[in-house]
Unconditional design. Structure first.
Lengths: 605, 308
């Protein structure tokens, strides 16, 4: 069997929830990265803890993209699937994310449970034109799985994948030992290793597939870390000098709280789990009014609940950092699927005229620095500042050069490169406040009251027409400060082109890759990406007017009669006929190829 | 943003009631809130509490305006949520005195969840429930404590339900300090606030508050036969001015069972129902977590994720 060299490939391991597919993926990805390969991993997580096995909702797995160049997203289609049984395979095929010559490796162990179903799905695979490699785990090996509680098959599959992707087994064994070393009894560990080796050897002898992705990542000069978006955000909160985290459990934001619950006290920070979403933001505001930086994290339903306090923060002039890890909405929607549809709720959510700033994150490095950027703006303007992440960014992880740690105590410590990363200049002084005094409690003789009622400059409650309008002007002028400080957003592709494709947050990777491919194919298109998505820079109309067409790509619903949220915002800000190019609410990440195909279509090629 | 917490509670010059004045309150003539705010001021003067180190926190309603009329730091928040704001201050700034002003609608209806959890968390604050037994600022609607049969704009034929008993509720959810007083007995009100301030935890003070505009009959402040004072060496002294005209009932504030009995009685009692000095405070617990944690240098926060 010859080994085929691939520059980029994508594969999946599909299992039932609770059987360790993600753990196997973690080990494999760590090993790939240490071997000098570029890797991006996206876990597929059900919204329930342990749905009944062998049902479609039980699908749990990992999508791994492997390349010999730096990758920014999960890519297009899957080249190989290893599935624990036919039901999870069937479920995943429904997503239509498989390559035309996909290789499907299917564990036939459950065939006796439902022969008919197996036959039907095997037929589906062949009909799609994919190659099918059915296999059975040896009864002796099955006996080991049973002995350790039925949960070792992930190691067997890990062995198979390690062999297929040409990884040295001793290297993987080291990784397994590092991962489980302290947690497992020696005996169980040995059995896990046996399972891994059985899988490895089985694939070597029976599966005629072997791929090699060249190791090209520079492993020598900089320290590398493997981290997911939510962990990076949690660590970024610590680095930004925040001292109180106040949250309520909600998927997919909770893991930020989990990370901080373990780590924060060692850095002088407190984690408060509130009784509800409203209490969580209220307590963060209480802390920040006291002069102690605080953050609250949530997702869609929690964002709806927090709205009244967001308006209050703007009127009372209390700084606040709020993280929204978006999931598919409205209502409970799809808690473990990605979407960018909270944008209008973040920008315009609460009643009355709104004043807030919305920062988004495109990747795990942004997650680390966004809390610093948010803290700077929140404290300068004394307004709520959003950090918008999403399920995809929160849960996907990749290997990156270890970001510089800034150890911020106050906002003057934030280095210039953070401002550059978010395409904004430092704000010009003075910034006027509604109330002349903004001193913290404890300042001798500075006693002042804040309220959600309108006040005059002295802070006294006042319902006069002129005074109320003044407050609005001052709050909006704070936002104008940002407008004027914003630089040209990040651009991809040639300086001149016919089509401009615009996105924000997690779609950056797909846009960047699509533009690289368009350039290769001579398609006249450029890309633009916003990190700060509200307000928008003032030169936008000038930039847009250089292109024949401006399109958005968004993970949110839109159609011909209703522009998706970003398109709506851009139309409003520029009066340019911006339309969504991709605005589907599937819960799945945008694929670079879809962007390129659409561009081709619009260019008539 | 740096915190200023070098001050202590000691004052350079003696505090007077006049210094605590901000502006004339916008409450109706005869409103019980005047008495409560005066009680707070008197207690602050008696105890010489530093206004720079004090934050009065409130929600929405007539009671919500109180912080605007006391010259300390203040947070007039949103409806039902003052406890959440107060907790943020208590966690972040243990050097500050935190006094919460909330109404029967604010604390027991829209903010009921926070009330339960504030009491249970037992964080350090003085919590004053201004109970006028209806929504007043929105013009006379039924509140959780409106007495059955009393007509309001939302239940014009008379309030349907028996009122919620706030003292019994507080005892039931494990309050570590439960006292009751009234806006028209200033000495008792002041002594109650002093006892509440001395308590290390969530000090719940129920205050019967008159609302002459919407319900002139809710409390008859001219007679004394419909209530009694609780009396005990470890309790709060009965109001000197009317003690001789009022029934005095012996009650040990450590006797929870008897506290429940009194709370359920048809007679109203003013005094200290219950005090538990040993209940742990959530704010103390969180701070002790920080103290107990092994300090780590921030420069190494990403090292745990290194590929080795």
């Amino acid at each position: 069997m010859t080994t085929e060299t691939r520059h980029v490939t994508r594969f999946e391991l599909l299992m039932d929830a609770g059987f360790g597919a993600q753990k196997a993926g973690d080990i494999l990805v760590g090993a790939f990265a240490k071997m000098g390969k570029f890797v991006y991993i996206e876990p597929m997580i059900p919204a329930e803890i342990s749905p009944p096995p062998r049902t479609k909702p039980a699908l749990s797995g990992v999508v791994i993209r492997l390349a010999d160049f730096d990758i920014t997203n999960i890519g297009n289609d899957t080249d190989l699937i290893l599935a624990a049984h036919e039901v999870v395979l069937d479920r995943r095929l429904d997503d239509e994310e498989t390559n035309f010559n996909c290789q499907v490796i299917l564990d036939m162990g459950d065939k006796t449970v439902n022969e008919e179903s197996y036959e039907k799905i095997c037929k589906r695979v062949t009909k799609l034109g994919y190659s099918l490699y059915p296999f059975n785990i040896d009864p002796e090996v099955e006996a080991i799985v049973k002995k350790i509680g039925g949960k070792g098959k992930n190691l067997y599959y890990l062995g198979m994948l390690s062999c297929i992707y040409n990884m040295p087994n001793d290297f993987l064994l080291e990784e397994i030992k590092k991962t489980f070393g302290k947690k497992l009894k020696e005996e169980v560990m040995d059995q896990n290793i046996t399972l891994f080796m059985h899988g490895y050897n089985y694939a070597k002898q029976n599966i005629p597939l072997s791929y090699d992705v060249p190791s090209k990542a520079d492993r020598t000069d900089k320290e590398k870390i493997l981290i997911d978006g939510n962990t990076s955000l949690g660590m970024g909160i610590i680095d930004a000098g925040v001292k109180l985290f106040s949250g309520y459990p909600i998927t997919p934001a909770s893991s930020i709280m989990h990370t901080l619950a373990k780590e924060f006290p060692s850095y002088g920070g407190m984690v408060h789990q509130a009784e509800d979403e409203i209490a969580a933001i209220g307590t963060a505001l209480g802390s920040y009014y006291g002069g102690v930086p605080a953050v609250t994290c949530t997702s869609g339903p929690g964002l709806s609940l927090k709205q009244e306090f967001l308006g209050y923060a703007a009127v009372a002039e209390i700084p606040l950092i709020i993280v929204d890890v978006q999931r598919s909405g409205p209502s409970t929607g799809m808690p473990t699927k990605t979407e960018q549809s909270d944008l209008p709720a973040a920008i315009f959510g609460c009643h009355g005229d709104n004043a807030k700033v919305v920062i988004s994150v495109a990747n795990v490095i942004d997650c680390f620095y966004a809390p610093q950027m948010a803290r700077y703006i929140a404290e300068k303007l004394r307004l709520p500042v959003f950090i918008m992440s999403d399920f995809q960014t929160a849960n996907s992880y990749k290997v990156i050069d270890k970001p510089q740690v800034n150890e911020i105590t106050n906002i003057d410590d934030i280095p210039d490169f953070v401002f550059e990363r978010f395409h904004i200049n430092k704000l010009s002084e003075p910034i006027e406040m509604v109330r002349a005094s903004q001193v913290n409690p404890g300042t001798p003789g500075g006693m002042r009251r804040i309220t959600g009622l309108n006040t005059d400059k002295s802070g006294s409650v006042n319902y006069f027409a002129g005074t109320n309008h003044r407050s609005h002007e001052i709050r909006n002028e704070k936002i104008h400060h940002i407008r004027r400080a914003l630089r040209v957003p990040e651009m991809f592709g040639p300086p001149q082109a016919e089509i401009l494709v615009v996105g924000w947050g997690s779609t950056r990777g797909a846009i960047e890759e699509a533009m690289q491919n368009c350039e290769k194919e001579g398609l006249s298109a450029a890309g633009m990406h916003f990190r700060i998505v509200y307000p928008l820079p003032l030169m936008l109309k000038d930039i847009f007017s250089k292109y024949k067409k401006v399109f958005t790509v968004e993970l949110a619903y839109g159609d011909e009669l209703k522009p998706a949220p970003l398109a709506m915002l851009l139309r409003n800000e520029t009066l340019v006929d911006v339309r969504p190019m991709i605005s589907r609410a599937t819960g799945r990440p945008i694929r670079p190829r879809n962007i390129k195909d659409k561009i081709k279509e619009f260019l008539g090629k | 943003m740096s915190t200023t917490n070098t001050q202590t509670n000691s004052l350079p010059t003696p505090l007077t009631v006049k210094e605590l004045h901000t502006e004339n309150p916008r409450w109706c003539t005869g409103c019980g809130d005047f008495g409560i705010v005066m009680g707070v001021k008197r207690f602050m003067v008696d105890k010489q509490i530093n206004p720079s180190m004090t934050v009065n926190v409130s929600g929405i309603g007539c009671s919500g305006r109180a912080p605007n009329y006391i010259n300390t730091y203040g947070v007039h928040g949103i409806h039902g949520r003052p406890i959440t704001l107060a907790l943020g201050l208590a966690l972040a700034r243990p050097d500050l005195n935190v006094f919460v002003h909330s109404g029967d609608g604010d604390a027991l209806s829209i903010g009921g969840n926070h009330f339960i959890h504030g009491v249970n968390k037992n964080f350090k604050c003085v919590f004053m429930l201004y109970d006028n037994e209806l929504y007043a600022l929105t013009k006379s609607q039924t509140s959780p404590t409106t007495r059955k049969g009393h007509p309001t704009n939302t239940q014009p034929k008379g309030t349907y339900l028996e009122p919620l008993n706030a003292v019994r509720l507080a005892l039931g959810i494990g309050a570590s300090f439960v006292a009751s007083t009234a806006d028209w007995i200033p000495d008792h009100l002041t002594s109650t606030l002093e006892a509440a301030y001395a308590h290390k935890g969530f000090a719940f003070v129920h205050i019967s508050q008159r609302c002459p505009h919407f319900d002139p009959n809710n409390f008859d402040h001219k007679t004394t036969n419909w209530f009694a004072f609780l009396k005990h060496p470890q309790g709060i002294a009965p109001d000197k001015r009317i003690a001789d005209k009022t029934e005095l009932v012996e009650h040990d504030p450590h006797n929870l069972e008897n506290a429940f009995k009194l709370a359920c009685d048809s007679k109203r009692y003013f005094g200290l129902f219950y005090r538990d000095e040993n209940k742990l405070s959530y704010d103390e617990i969180l701070r002790s977590q920080v103290k107990a944690a092994e300090p780590k240098p921030r420069s190494k926060i990403l090292d745990h994720y290194k590929l080795e």
